[in-house]
Ligand binder design. Structure first.
Ligand SMILES: Cc1cc2nc3c(=O)[nH]c(=O)nc-3n(C[C@H](O)[C@H](O)[C@H](O)COP(=O)(O)O)c2cc1C
Length: 327
């Protein structure tokens, strides 16, 4: 009997397939569809810090997060008001509708008063909170350390406010991912999601408009995640969840072999439909059966840097290839 159970931020999952934050999880009905399709857990569409601040303008609006009061008006015009109440309602309804973990998600850029809102997320029953900390360095005189300190401060404050577990979803652009990962763990995060995939900007030369490009990932994008899951496995003391470019069962197996506790998927569901979850689970189980694994722990991290016969392979692949004469 094959056991697919896994964990995300210390929460037990019936299988390792987590639907990442996206429009498919933007309503309780959407969450129910994902649960019915077999997901092990669902991360809700992110609520943006600005949406919370817009609703609670009476609370102090940090000059750091919203640089101009007009921005608040703009958000109001965009209909981004009252969203924070609706978000809490959605969590409540989703929790009633499904028996898998429901993780809330906040996209944030500062440690301003939005962090109080995390208490409400906990109060309405979310199983955990994923923070998508999306800092865009814009100042020429700000150091990497100053920027990273902002990330740790956000986690510290949110952690102080709530008791449900926190995961941090990170982008891949840091000078030292191991250092940042270890420090995030120290701030109290129970899991790291590696990596967030940023909005891909483009310009339409007919309409002269700014637009987004390549909304969905391709399978070729998962290598960087594989590298860093393999390098960080068992080195920072918290679970690692793989994200970006994971489209099929083979990709899930590779990420678990590298050391992932679970995976987050999204683009493949838009491209192939929700039945892709069952297809991934089927392929995973078939592979485990062929290789005589009864559970995920038996092969998790087998091909991580920690367990590799050639640990350098993860760092200096070109060098090793050159040594053995392979192009
Ligand atoms: C339509 C769409 C909406 C998304 N919305 C969010 C969001 O609100 N919050 C977030 O953290 N990530 C969001 N993402 C990013 C995904 O959660 C995921 O990190 C990214 O797409 C990489 O995973 P994938 O390769 O499986 O698509 C969105 C992605 C898509 C395609």
């Amino acid at each position: 009997m094959i056991n697919l159970s896994a964990q995300y931020m210390g929460i037990n999952l019936k299988n390792p397939i987590i639907v990442s934050s996206c429009s498919l999880s933007h309503s309780a009905e959407g969450v129910k569809r994902l649960a019915d399709a077999g997901a092990g857990a669902v991360v809700l569409k992110s609520l943006f810090e600005e949406q919370i601040l817009s609703d609670t303008y009476k609370l102090e609006v940090s000059s750091e997060s919203v640089s101009h009061p007009e921005e608040i008006d703009y958000l109001r015009q965009m209909g981004m008001t009252q969203k924070s109440d609706e978000y809490l309602e959605m969590i409540e309804k989703a929790k009633e509708a499904v028996d898998i973990p429901v993780i809330a998600s906040i996209n944030c850029i500062s440690d301003s008063s939005w962090t109080d809102y995390a208490k409400y997320i906990e109060a309405v029953g979310a199983d955990g909170l994923e923070l998508n900390i999306a800092l865009m360095p814009k100042k020429h005189d700000e150091t990497a350390q100053e920027i990273e300190e902002k990330i740790y401060r956000i986690i510290d404050i949110v952690k102080h406010n709530i008791n449900i577990p926190i995961a941090v979803k990170l982008g891949p652009y840091f000078t030292s991912i191991p250092r940042v990962a270890a420090r995030i763990r120290k701030s109290g995060a129970s899991a790291l999601v590696l990596f967030n995939r940023f909005y891909q900007p483009d310009i339409d030369i007919q309409t002269f408009e700014f637009q987004s490009k390549n909304r969905y990932s391709s399978p070729g994008e998962m290598s960087n995640t594989l590298r860093w899951i393999a390098i960080l496995y068992k080195k920072i003391g918290c679970s690692l969840v793989a994200n970006t470019g994971i489209h099929d069962g083979e990709a899930v197996i590779k990420q678990i072999l590298a050391g992932a506790s679970a995976v987050q998927i999204c683009s493949t569901l838009y491209i192939n439909g929700l039945s892709q979850i069952e297809s991934i689970l089927f392929d995973l189980q078939e592979w485990m059966r062929r290789n005589e694994y009864a559970n995920l722990d038996e092969f998790r991290g087998l091909i991580s840097q920690k367990n590799a016969l050639q640990p350098e392979y993860f760092e200096r692949q070109q060098y090793i290839r050159a040594l053995v004469g392979v192009e």
